[in-house]
Ligand binder design. Structure first.
Ligand code: HEM
Length: 478
C-alpha cells in the first residue's frame, strides 16, 4: 500500500485512470477523501468517497441512474446499438416507477429459497471443476485458475439457476463476455460491434427459451419470470424480460469471477487464513465479506442528481453526475479501523461492494454462497496450491486456453432441447457498474498439488499476487 498523496481532486481523478493508478488506486482514494466525503472534481462532476456518503447517495431517491431519457439527452446515437438498447430495458438502467415494477417481479423469482436450493449443485459443480484442475495439473503443470475455475463456475451457476441447457453454456460464455463490454458505461458508444452482435444473439436465444418455457414450464428462474410476466398485474414487456435475462447473465459472471480470484490471491498472501479456510467450516463467511470489502470486484457506480440533494452534508446540485467510489468507501478509516489491513475477523463489515438502496445487487446472496463454497473446497482439495508465475496479461482476456475457445463457429443461436443439469463437467458489471472492474486476478496461474505434496513457500510469491490485483479492466468514463 503506497502512502497517501497530496493532490487536487482533478489530478487524483486523472491519475486514477492512468496505468499506475489502476494498479493501486487506494492512495488516490485517500487523497480524494482528504478533501471531504463528497468532493467536487469539475463543474457537473462530484465524487463520493466516504463510506456514509456512498451509502446515503445510493439510498437517495433523487439521485437517479442513467436511463433512456438521460441517454437521449447526453448520447443521441445510443439507440443505434442493440447492446445499449437491450441493457436500457433492464433494472440497472431504469428509475421508478419502471424500476420498482421490474424489481418486484425479478425479486419474486430470485428468492432465497431458489438460491438455497442451488447449494448442493454448486458443491457438485465446484468439485467437478476441481477434478478438471487436477487433470490439467497432472505432473505439476501450471493451471490458469481464472480461466479453468473462476470463470467457469459463475457461468455454470447462473446458467443452472436460469435454466439454460448445459449444451448452450459453452457458446453463451463467449457471448456474455462480449456483451458485458456494453455495461461499462453508456458513454462508450464506440467499439460495441461485438457487444451488439452478442446482444442480438442472446436476445434471439432467450426469446426461443421463453417460448419453450411458456409451453413447458420448469422449476427455474426463466419459468418463474415468464410466469410473472404472464399472470401478474404488473408485467414485463417482452423486451424488458429479455433485457433483464441478459443482464442477469452479464452482471453475475465477471464480478463473481473476480471475487474468486481476489479470494485466492489473498489466501496466497495470508497462508494462515488459507489454513483456516480449509479447517474451520465457519471461517469462510467472514473471509468472503472481508475479501469483498478489501478487494471489491466493482469499484464505482454513478448517479445523476434529479434535484439539488444533500449528501452527508454536501449539496450535490441538480444535473450533477456523482461518481460513487464503493472501493474508497470500503477503505474509509472512519468506518473501518486500519482500513488497509486485510482482516477477516472484522465484525459488522457490511461492505459497499454490492451497492445499496433500490439497486442493491440482486445476485449478492448467490455470489456469496459461491465464494463460501468454492474457496474452502479449492484449498482443501489442493492444500499445496501455489502461484505458478505471473499472469499472461494484466488486463484483457485471460489465457490462451480461453481465447482459443472463442471461435464463432461454436456459437449456438437457438436453445438446446436438453434440460439444464446443474452438474455438468464442462460447465463452466455497472458489471453492474460504469467501467470500474478489476481484471488482474484473471491471470492467476496456480500449480495444483494433491494433499501431502510438499509446497514451495507461498510467502515467497506474495509479491506476485499483489501485483495481479488491479482495480480497473478499462479506464472508467468520467
Ligand atoms: C461478487 C459479485 C458481484 C458484485 C461485486 C456485484 C456488484 C453489484 C453492484 C455494485 C450493483 C449495484 C449497481 C448500482 O447501484 O449502480 C449490482 C447490481 C446488480 N447485480 Fe450484482 N454483483 C455481483 C454478482 C451478481 C450476480 C451473481 C448477479 C445475478 C445472478 C447479479 C445481478 C445484479 C443485478 C440484476 C443488479 C441490478 C439491480 C438493480 O438495478 O435493481 N450480481 N451488482
Amino acid at each position: 500500500m503506497s502512502q497517501p498523496v497530496t493532490m487536487q481532486p482533478r489530478e487524483a481523478m486523472a491519475a486514477l485512470v492512468a496505468p499506475e493508478g489502476r494498479r493501486d488506486p487506494y492512495a488516490l482514494y485517500d487523497a480524494l477523501r482528504a478533501h471531504g466525503d463528497v468532493v467536487p472534481v469539475k463543474p457537473g462532476l462530484m465524487v463520493a468517497v466516504g463510506y456514509t456518503a456512498c451509502s446515503r447517495a445510493l439510498r437517495e431517491p433523487r439521485l437517479l441512474v442513467q436511463d433512456a431519457r438521460s441517454h437521449d439527452r447526453l448520447y443521441p446515437d445510443w439507440r443505434s446499438h442493440s447492446s445499449l438498447r437491450g441493457f436500457t430495458e433492464s433494472v440497472l438502467y431504469t428509475n421508478p416507477p419502471d424500476h420498482s415494477r421490474m424489481r418486484r417481479l425479478m425479486s419474486a423469482g430470485f428468492t432465497p429459497r431458489r438460491v438455497a436450493a442451488l447449494e448442493p449443485a454448486i458443491v457438485r459443480m465446484t468439485d467437478r471443476l476441481l477434478d478438471r484442475m487436477a487433470d490439467l495439473g497432472t505432473g505439476g503443470a501450471p493451471v490458469d485458475f481464472m480461466a479453468e475455475f473462476a470463470y467457469r463456475l459463475p457461468v455454470a451457476v447462473i446458467g443452472a439457476m436460469l435454466g439454460v441447457p448445459d449444451d448452450d453454456q459453452i457458446w453463451f460464455r463467449d457471448a456474455v463476455e462480449d456483451v458485458t463490454v456494453a455495461l461499462e458505461g453508456i458513454s462508450r458508444s464506440s467499439g460495441l460491434t461485438a457487444a451488439d452482435r452478442a446482444m442480438d444473439e442472446l436476445s434471439a436465444y432467450f426469446a426461443g427459451l421463453i417460448e419453450q418455457r411458456r409451453a413447458h414450464p420448469a422449476d427455474d428462474l426463466i419459468s418463474a419470470l415468464v410466469e410473472a410476466h404472464e399472470t401478474d398485474g404488473e408485467r414485463f414487456t417482452e423486451d424488458e424480460l429479455i433485457g433483464n435475462l441478459v443482464l442477469l447473465l452479464a452482471a453475475g459472471f465477471d464480478t463473481t469471477t473476480h471475487l474468486l480470484g481476489h479470494g485466492l490471491s489473498l489466501a496466497f498472501e495470508h497462508p494462515r487464513y488459507a489454513l483456516r479456510l480449509r479447517t474451520e467450516p465457519g471461517f469462510a463467511a467472514g473471509y468472503v465479506e472481508e475479501t469483498l470489502r478489501y478487494a471489491p470486484p466493482v469499484h464505482a457506480t454513478s448517479r445523476f442528481a434529479g434535484a439539488d440533494v444533500d449528501v452527508a452534508g454536501t449539496t450535490v446540485p441538480e444535473g450533477t453526475k456523482l461518481l460513487v467510489l464503493l472501493a474508497a468507501g470500503n477503505r474509509d478509516p472512519e468506518r473501518f479501523p486500519l482500513p488497509h489491513r486485510f482482516d477477516p475477523g472484522r465484525l459488522d463489515v457490511q461492505p459497499l461492494s454490492f451497492g445499496a438502496g433500490a439497486h442493491f445487487c440482486l445476485g449478492a446472496p448467490l455470489a456469496r454462497v459461491e465464494a463460501r463454497i468454492a474457496l474452502p473446497r479449492l484449498l482443501d482439495r489442493f492444500p499445496g496450491l501455489v502461484p505458478a508465475g505471473a499472469p499472461p496479461t494484466a488486463t484483457g482476456s485471460s489465457s490462451p486456453a480461453t481465447s482459443g475457445s472463442r471461435s464463432p463457429s461454436r456459437r449456438r443461436r437457438t436453445p438446446s432441447p436438453s434440460r439444464t443439469g446443474t452438474e455438468t463437467a464442462n460447465a463452466d458489471g455497472r458489471a453492474p457498474c460504469e467501467g470500474a472492474r478489476p481484471s488482474a486476478s484473471r491471470g492467476v496461474l496456480t500449480r495444483p498439488r494433491s494433499s501431502g505434496a510438499p509446497a514451495p513457500s507461498p510467502p515467497a510469491r506474495a509479491a506476485d499476487a499483489r501485483r495481479w490485483r488491479t482495480p480497473h479492466a478499462r479506464p472508467p468514463a468520467w
